[in-house]
Structures are given as C-alpha cells and as structure tokens.
Design a protein around this ligand. Structure first.
Ligand code: C5P
Length: 400
C-alpha cells in the first residue's frame, strides 16, 4: 500500500447499506498514508451521517453542489483538481447509471465529470439489480471510458439473498486504490533524481540558497518509484519526508550534489534534474563567523559545476531530463537549454503568479526533439505522474 502515501483520495459514498464499510475504508486509506475527503450523496447520508466521515477523515464532508458557502471553501472544480483518485464506494446501481449518462446534477457526479484523476467504482447492490442488463450495460460503458471497477464480491446480502453484488471489503478496496498508482511504466529501470535547493556556505553559520521546496522533485521520485523504477534521490536540504521505496542521499552544496550524482549516474537509465542548483558559490568561505566590522561587505562568487550538463555529456550516459524555471520567454529559453546542455527532454515551468517553487500546483511544457507537450496546471504529485508517463514513452522510443 506504499502507493497511497501522500495521495489525495476523494471517496464518494452513495446510497447503499454498504455505506458503513466506507467508514472503515477511510481508516484503511489513511493508514496507507493518504489524505481523504468524502463526498456524501443524499442517498449515502440516509445510511451514515456526515459526522462519522468528518471524524474519520479529519476533513469537512462535502455534499452540496450548489451550496455557496461550501463552494467558496472548495467547489466541485477544486475537489476534482485536488483528487489524485476518485473512489466511489459504495457505488449504487443508481450512481452507476448516472455516471454512465454523464450527469452533473449532484456534487459527486459533477466531480467525476470534472476530474482528470482516475475514477473507480466499487459496486454494491442486490444481486438482481447487479445482474440486470441495464446495470451491466452502464458498467460496460464506464469501463470503456477508462473508469476502474473494484468488485463486487459474491456472498450473503443485507436483503437476505445470496449472490454477486456485495461491496468488496475495505482492505481490498484500499489495496486496489493503491494499485491505481502502480503503473509499471518504468519497471526494472534505475532512475536518479536531484531535488531541492543547494546551500552555498559563506561562513560556518551562513549560506546562499533559494526558495526551492523540493516538492516537485520528491513528487517525481515518488511517481518513478510507483512506476516500478529503482529510484535514488539526491536531495538538497528540504523539510520533506523521503517517499516510500526511494533511496535518498542528502547533500548541501552544489559541489556535494555534483559528486553524489557523478557517483550514481553511471548506473542510471534515466536522470531527472529537478534541483534548483545555485549557479554560484562564495569563492572562499570564511572559516570563522564573519563579524560585522565594516559598512559594506563583498562576496566573491565563482561558478558551480553544471550537474545536469555533466551527466548529459557522459558517453553512453542516461536519458537526461532537465527542468527550466523561467519568468518569461518560457519556450525559447527552455529550447535553448535543451540544446545547450545536450538533454533528451526539458520540462519548463513558469515561476511567479502563484506557480512554481513554493506552490502546491504547477504547470509544465515538456519539450524534446519532437515537439512540445503541455501538462496543464495540477497538483505537483499529479503532474509528476504525467511527466513520468511521458518520460517512459520517450525513453522507450529512444531505445527504438
Ligand atoms: O541553467 P539552469 O539552472 O536554468 O538549468 C536548470 C536545469 O539544470 C535544472 O534541471 C537543474 O536541476 C539543472 N542544473 C544543474 N546544475 C547546475 C544548474 C542547473 O544540474 N549547476
């Protein structure tokens, strides 16, 4: 269940007696490391109260599509964007029919229409309703559109009948939910990622650094691990936890990062440089703390090695992916960097205007020799997964 770590799971609870199992599901998802928000349909609220889900998820429960207060806090579009996956459990015959029709007349249906995240339904209904051709046709349509289906199971039903239609147990749904993130696109490959800022010592207590949070790089490392790669993350100082199944090497300065990367790069198939490496470092860091004895103080700076260009220049080196954070002329600067550093691919993002270093969301223009692919604004974790899919595709294409 490693793949649930740091994931945003939107759980839709609809009208079925199995709604009580959804309470347990919230706990299982959170145990796996996910953050959970619950959308409770009017039918679902007949079986379990919002308070139950609010207490278990530690988040307010969402139910109304047209509630100005709730919409102001987190409307259906924000919820749709927030979600890394939407799981409808239990999914009644009614909600399955409504999703198949593409309706947007309650909050859950609207979120399912508006999200780019994977959507899964865990059907729960009487065995006759399950067997009905209408239900089967509806599910067929949903599967054809790429929706995932977890279950149902066979067994005793609340109505006293026995057959197919029981919702899967919470642990199974949580496991399937984790499986949504395990793509296998990079199975068997070794991926090296740099992330975070670097710190360039001025004296023993001071340094030059930048605003990089490391979030994008950590999300990329996690997405690569979920895609089946063996991932090494060379990280500057950040406050972030190491993603599951990722080997992390901590460094401070650009030179340390350069050395660590040079050591690791030979064994890597893919190198993704998301670190915001300081271009310059103080030429001669003071050995003792600098005292404020003069009115002005000059620091002489010297250039740091370009870690990414160094890896791209290695004979038979890995597939190299750079990042380019720019405030203007995004594509032109990024194309120039791609060529100048000899990269296979570059992901360009605009910084400023609420996007970039310290933001939760980002948008990327991904450029390689064949052109540009736009990855529109989304949470960094979602963007990272889309980027990994692109990298896997282009890496395999290069292999021929
Ligand atoms: O040249 P610029 O710093 O804009 O290039 C950004 C890209 O190069 C990023 O992928 C960054 O991680 C990488 N880089 C590097 N070593 C440097 C400077 C940048 O690996 N010294």
């Amino acid at each position: 269940m490693h793949s649930l770590a740091n994931k945003h799971i939107l759980l839709g609870v609809t009208g079925s007696i199995a709604a009580y199992k959804a309470a347990e599901l919230v706990r299982r998802l959170r145990e796996g490391g996910a953050e959970v928000r619950v959308v409770l349909s009017a039918g679902g609220a007949e079986f379990v109260t919002p308070l139950t889900f609010q207490a278990l998820s530690a988040n307010p429960v969402h139910s109304e599509l047209l509630d100005t207060e709730a919409e102001a806090a987190m409307g259906h579009i924000e919820l749709a964007r927030w979600a890394d996956a939407v799981v409808v459990a239990p999914a009644s015959a009614n909600v399955i029919a409504r999703l198949a029709q593409g309706r947007a007349d309650d909050l859950l249906a609207a979120v399912c229409l508006a999200t780019e995240a994977p959507v899964a339904v865990a059907p729960a209904m009487n065995q006759q309703m399950w067997a009905n051709a209408a239900t089967q046709d509806n599910l067929q349509r949903l599967r054809e559109r790429g929706m995932h289906q977890f279950g149902p199971a066979e067994g005793d039903q609340a109505c006293g009948e026995t057959g197919l239609g029981r919702m899967l147990e919470a642990t199974d749904i949580a496991r399937h939910t984790a499986g949504l993130f395990d793509t296998g696109a990079l199975a068997g490959l070794r991926v090296l990622v740099t992330a975070g800022p670097t710190q360039e010592a001025i004296d023993p207590v001071r340094y030059l650094s930048n605003r990089s949070s490391g979030r994008m790089g950590y999300a990329v490392a996690q997405a690569a691990a979920e895609a089946g790669a063996r991932v090494t993350l060379v990280s500057g100082p950040t406050a972030l936890p190491t993603p599951p199944r990722v080997a992390r090497i901590d460094v401070r300065s650009a030179q340390d990062m350069h050395e660590a990367v040079q050591e690791q790069a030979g064994g890597a198939d893919i190198f993704i440089a998301t670190a915001a490496v300081a271009d310059y470092r103080p030429a001669a860091p003071a050995e003792k703390k600098i005292k404020k004895t003069t009115d002005t103080l000059s620091l002489e700076l010297v250039r740091n090695p370009d870690i990414l260009a160094g890896v791209a220049a290695l004979p038979g080196g890995p597939f190299t992916v750079g990042f380019a954070a720019e405030t203007e002329n995004l594509l032109a600067y990024a194309r120039d960097k791609l060529a100048r550093k000899g990269l296979d691919m570059i992901a360009a993002n605009r910084v400023g205007g609420g996007l970039g270093f310290e933001a939760e969301e980002n948008a990327l223009s991904v450029i390689d020799a064949n052109g540009v692919t736009e990855l529109p604004q989304a949470a960094k974790s979602q963007l990272a997964r889309r980027l990994i899919v692109l990298i896997a595709k282009h890496f395999r294409r290069r292999l021929g």
